[in-house]
Ligand binder design. Sequence first.
Ligand code: SF4
Length: 959
Amino acid sequence: MPDDKNLNLSPKSADRIAKTTCYMCACRCGINVHIKGDEIRYIEGNRDHPVNNGVLCAKGSAGIMQHLSPARLNAPLKRVGKRGEGKFEKISWEEAMEMASSWLKPIRETDPRKLAFFTGRDQSQALTGWWAQQFGTPNFAAHGGFCSVNMAAAGIYTIGGAFWEFGSPDWQNTELFLLFGVAEDHDSNPIKIGLGKLKDRGIRTVSINPVQTGYSAVADDWIGITPGTDGLFILSLIHVLMKTGQIDLDYLIRYTNAPWLVIRRPGSADDGLFLRDENGQPQVLDHKTGKPISAETAGIRPQLKGEIALPNGGVAVPAFMLMAEDWLNDEHSPEASEAKTGIPAERVYALAGAIAEAAFKREVVIDQPWVDWKGEHHDKMIGRPVAMHAMRGISAHSNGFQTCRALPILQILIGSVETPGGFRFKPPYPKPAHIHPRPAGKPDQVKPSTPLPGAPLGYPMSPDDLLVDDQGQPVRIDKAYSWDAPLSAHGLMHMVISNAYAGDPYPVDVLFMYMANMAWNSSMNTRGVIDMLTETDPETGEYRIPKIIYSDAYSSEMVAYADLILPDTTYLERHDCISLLDRPICEPDCVADAIRWPVVEPDRDVRGFQSTLLDLGARLGLPGMVDADGKPLYRDYADYMTNHQRKPGIGPLAGFRGQSGKDKGRGDPNPDQIDAYIANGGFWSEELPENARYFKMANQHYQDFAVKMGFFDKPEPYCFQIYSEVLQKFQLAAQGHGKNQPPQHLRERIKACFTPLPQWYAPFEGDMVDSDTYPIHALTQRPMAMYHSWGSQNPWLRQIHGHNPLFIPSGLARSLQVQDGDWVWVSSHHGKIKVPVAVMEGVNPHTVWTWNAIGKRRGAWQLDPDAPEARKGFLLNHLIHELLPMRGDGLRWSNSDPITGQAAWFDLKVNITKADHEDDASAEPAFPILGTPPDLEKPASVLRYGDSIIARDKKENNQ
Ligand code: SF4
């Protein structure tokens, strides 16, 4: 008899509907969960929710199977075999927490740096970062360093926010939409809803992406660019628009630093910095007098051209003149870039023409008076209706930061940031770098039993803000905020294990991770990382990384390599807080936040990680987590969500504050706050006043609203930073100026890459390997139907992506004489894999690609060891190293962007040869089967959904 598990999930049989927030990807849509007794029957979209308006994607519906996954962990576990064997013993929570605190307490009392605390794509970084701060370790970050920090940081440093959680296209008003290198699993429903609106209105969409899938497949135009050349392509668009005078000069003068005067005094310590008055205010040339005056002066008309002589020699010119000098240069012409980008010059001219036509001939005018921060009244809101969106595709390169700066600058030049029809910020953004905190963790700030004076992550504004010691050496385990990666706003998670293993810059005692599958798809050089996790010191017999604590809800590959497992719940069984202090769910016209709550109780001995973390903090006596008597301040995460105040009146949730529950943004804690959220559908939202909806960076109405809501304590208007003085300060340091200077071996790299105006340089790996030996670009992307590594345990989603072929362009397939289903060897400077291929037309002719994180290690995730994910699925990670090839000076650089440390996943270059035919071929490298933690549920061999029976025998189910 088959093991028949009849789930009887008919929505008709539900007896209650619980409204909460989806966590099948990072979009955080509102969902209605239909429940009968304690069984979940059905999930639908919440029509009232500001993020998804009722839309639900395949992943969201399949949350029911995520919740029922047989890979769910059941209880705290202590490793009893060797690392990687998967041998564990179940222990009580008390024993688990005592073990964790006995490991962490001595570290905190002696050297808090010896704890490295890194999380994956969790949605509670406001808590986890604060916990690390209170512990006193600078070694904290989440997954952003290997995801899309270039996009996030470049956006913050340039305009005060980036795409997705920070901002959105003005779907209602745009007349042309451009998508650059999008990750299809990010901003999933909102983009689909937005694209639907554009299709309804007949608006043209252009996708610039080496691969024509997903959004690119439904775009009106697809531009199949060569990977890593997006910056060059954007600069050539800028070149054409500037050369033809199709830029918005009034916008540049009002809202950007284009008129700010830049000192030109080559060789001096202030060369390239802004000319400032005695109060530090940047200066502009007043059109009336021709004299310098503070850029903040009301009623002036600054010049974009001109020059003044400086008393101590040299001159100062508006930044706009440097922009023109640079970007009008023929090296940025479409003709000069076409060989590298693979895009014929005429397509660049055509696209530039389309941008100019939409921006200047179809301007959008909203009859809405508003007042700017200088007190000037405007009777209308006028916009340039060209909107853009981008994500990891242009970001995960070693030149990604400058590319991600070039993109908002293209939008600024045509006046389409925060104007009708363009790109719009979502509150609490815009928020420029200078009002974010600097990173804490300088050598004198890390002390035993002492919290850091601020958050470990922040935004440096000069070399003086780096986290380096007196010799200029890194103080963080991932070397973030060092000269290796000065603006690493999200840390470098991909370097943590290799640095900890090497004891460089020092060894750690405990590696504490949450939801980060570092023993598989989240690490470059997967096999190497597995070795680092398991290697012992020959003298002591201890593991090189002595203790690993890991928390996850599922039996992922990483579980087998940890010493102590703290099992998390599923997203339907716990409290969560989608907070304005973290990554909000606001829309351009409304402020919003949301919760998750236990719509069903766990049937296992598991706890929400955030509650576990607060318990651990209390056991360690961390300030803010215990009262004066050392007793826990918070019962659990729900209690923290309600009662924690980051500063007076500001807590994790902005809605239903105050004793009456009527305060918004600021207000005392409200004991009934979570109930109010539940009654309101799991979220809270507040509309922006009509006059505050555009020009937020300069709009007095918005600034006042932001102060009222608690985003800022005072209005913080600012200008967009086309010319980056921050980068110039690093340039000057590399030229030998200032008290903090980079080590000699990094100076030339900093001079080449830290240009104050974005420039394109070749991605490092492609530049270092022999292009005849490795002529082909290789990419991965996540499909819309899955998110990170979770999707492949889900029987419904596995039917969409059960394995991942290597997609190769038809021309390459012909030259290799391969067709669908054949196998090839793919090699890089680091490794070699054997994989099945599928031939496709819609891909750049020099590029191959595959879906990431479908391939699974045998034995993990409760899949059958012969499941297609394990047999035919594969990772490109085996070909990617966290270090670049050796250079002439014997050094190896991190395979990262030199400015932010973003993992350069997409710089990979490979060679491909046909493999011999084998009838039962399997992907290589193959790894031994992972052991399974005790008491995991046996996978069902038959699943039924309501009356529509999906009956499969075990073989079909898991293969
Ligand atoms: S887009 Fe993401 S959050 Fe929204 S329903 Fe789909 S999986 Fe859930």
